[in-house]
Design a protein around this ligand. Sequence first.
Ligand code: HPA
Length: 271
Amino acid sequence: MIQQIQESASYIQQATNAFAPEFGIILGTGLGALVNEIDIAHSLSYADIPHFPVSTVESHSGRLIFGQLAGRNVIVMQGRFHYYEGYSMDQVVFPVRVMKLLGVQKLFVSNAAGGLNPQFNTSDLMVLTDHINLQPFNPLIGKNIDELGPRFPDMSEVYDEEMVRQAMVIAEDADFDLREGVYVSVPGPMLETKAEYRYLSVIGADAVGMSTVPEVIAARHMNMPVFAVSVITDMCTPDRIKKVALADILEAAAKAEPRMTMLIKELIRVQ
Ligand code: HPA
């Protein structure tokens, strides 16, 4: 595994003239517009990078972008891998591990999520302050890769508290409501039943989605500080639940995209 990660990283270094990214960004469903803000230096298709998994979801495009955002060197995953697509957890987190070898110091993650907290509304942004992992597997199970991190990594401050604070200040200055909350990661791909939404709310989650937590676990294993934000694409409280289609999720994400883009850009500027 470590050898594959190293081979991917050295291919990327050659293909990008040793581009040195400071920050890594993973863009979630319907949230690709951040790429338009980047001064792109290089762009690689996942399919061309040795050992890289290839994206199958139609709403995820599958490119690694290298360039400058707010004057800082970033590497952006346009399209991520989900466990429900049939990838192993090792494959889901493979790009995050490659990012670490390329020198990435902090990870920024976005996703689309269902709202469980009754105070939320569709197209709200929620900064993750903590998470609950309900995925059936996780990327650290198996022999520990000692080169990457310890056997029993600490998860008591999984999301960087300083970056959460900075994000709240940015949102306040820009005059929009930024929510904070706990994200629960479920395997999917089906959305939840009413009883499941109720259960997720009772166990302490404010939003539910099918991604993020595996990548965050891999990043924290490597001691990389993480910032993550959800776009609430549909409300899942008993009074507001309705049938959701991917088109509705994409529409709600598109509405939130300018705020999301601004937030991540300004947050990167102050690191
Ligand atoms: N559940 C799980 N994942 C999601 C949802 C949801 O309601 N909305 C967007 N992603």
